[in-house]
Write a protein that binds this ligand. Structure first.
Ligand code: COI
Length: 363
């Protein structure tokens, strides 16, 4: 951490995309379909520390076929967004929280720590240089994807002694095809996401790869997302494939699974807990079992369920499906608590309201 370069060499790209084509892309960005003109790259080696920090034209990465990431999945990433504000400016949301989580993920995967200010500056600088790519319509935003890979060239499995850190950006709209209409979830009995002591709390590519077969199982049963149960008792709700989950009860209280090391400590999750408590709501971070979930839908005690994450924002869950059950939650749409929390969060992110916690980082 002592050796670091924090000044970026900047090489401005000539965009291969015309302003007109870019506007068409921003009007209908989908999720992750398009990338902006530039990218950040910073190298790390044991001798030089962090060096060669560059912002330049986005380019392909070339590597030796025995580069460690290709064999042992030494990869971590973050997801964060740049939001267009009503005055035409823009802001990031809690970027220092992403920096902290990135380094926690790095520690779990025996990768190098990156100075938090270097991480935050890299994302800020990319958002600035590619500011024309920040959507200004509806709830579109510029999704920032910092990531790091182990680049030592070696077939033996040991901690890499070299890394590449990079940031790319993509204009995005809704993560779910149906926008904010209800998401259906499938309870996987076959697959789990993470075991105690594993990498469940790290944001590493391996966790997302391990979720894909379960996602395919969910799709086979007509569901958009899988919901994972814990790996030990196969009973407690963990998270979906890339987003946290909240339950809203008829007494107005809210519950979400606790951070026991097997689920991702979502920054959206943390923000919603704080915003709900600001409103005087009771929020429990306690285990919730699948049998209880089913019983609470049937009795009417559970009135709303929602998924949350940077990509997903806050999305209502309308249907819970498993091997021998298929239940509709509430009236199958977005309930009032979900809608209110979603609005409070997004109003802060898009600079439409006060920022009581100082979460917005204006560019
Ligand atoms: C995010 O919400 O930022 C994620 O990284 C989840 C991913 C499935 C897009």
């Amino acid at each position: 951490m002592d050796k670091q370069q924090t000044e970026f060499t900047v090489e401005q790209a000539t965009s291969p995309v015309s302003a007109q084509d870019r506007e068409a892309m921003l009007a209908n960005p989908g999720f992750g379909k398009y990338l902006t003109d530039h990218m950040v790259t910073i190298s790390y080696s044991a001798e030089k520390g962090w060096h060669d920090a560059k912002i330049g034209p986005r380019h392909d990465l070339q590597m030796n076929p025995s580069t460690m990431v290709l064999h042992y999945a030494g990869e971590i990433f973050e997801g964060m967004k740049t939001y267009r504000h009503p005055d035409g400016g823009a802001g990031l949301f809690r970027p220092e929280a992403n920096a902290r989580r990135f380094n926690n993920s790095a520690a779990r995967l025996a990768m190098a720590q990156i100075p938090e200010d270097l991480f935050v500056n890299s994302v800020r600088e990319l958002a600035r240089i590619d500011r024309d790519w920040i959507p200004s319509e509806g709830e579109g935003s510029l999704y920032m994807r910092p990531f790091m890979i182990g680049t030592e060239v070696a077939i033996g499995n040991h901690p890499s002694d070299a890394f590449l850190y990079a940031v790319i950006a993509s204009p995005v709209g809704s993560y779910f095809k149906g926008g904010v209409s209800g998401v259906s979830v499938w309870v996987s009995e076959e697959y789990t996401r993470a075991a105690p002591g594993g990498t469940g709390a790290a944001k590493c590519g391996g966790n997302y790869a391990a979720a894909l077969a379960a996602q395919a199982e969910a799709a086979k049963h007509g569901c958009e997302q899988v919901v994972f149960l814990d790996a030990v008792e196969r009973r407690w709700i963990e998270e979906l494939a890339g987003m946290n989950v909240f339950f809203v009860f008829d007494d107005g209280t809210i519950q979400t699974p606790p951070l026991t090391g097997t689920i991702l400590p979502g920054i959206t999750r943390d923000s919603l807990i704080r915003l709900a408590r600001d409103k005087g709501m009771t929020v429990r971070e306690e285990p919730y079992g699948i049998d209880q979930w089913r019983a609470d839908i049937e009795s009417g005690r559970l009135v709303e369920v929602f998924a949350c994450g940077t990509a997903a924002v806050v999305a209502p869950i309308s249907q819970l499906k498993g091997k021998d059950f298929d239940l509709t939650i509430g009236d199958g749409g977005m309930g009032p608590v979900t809608a209110d929390l979603r609005k409070t969060l997004t109003d802060i992110q898009f600079g439409r309201s006060n920022d009581p916690h100082g979460w917005v980082d204006r560019l």
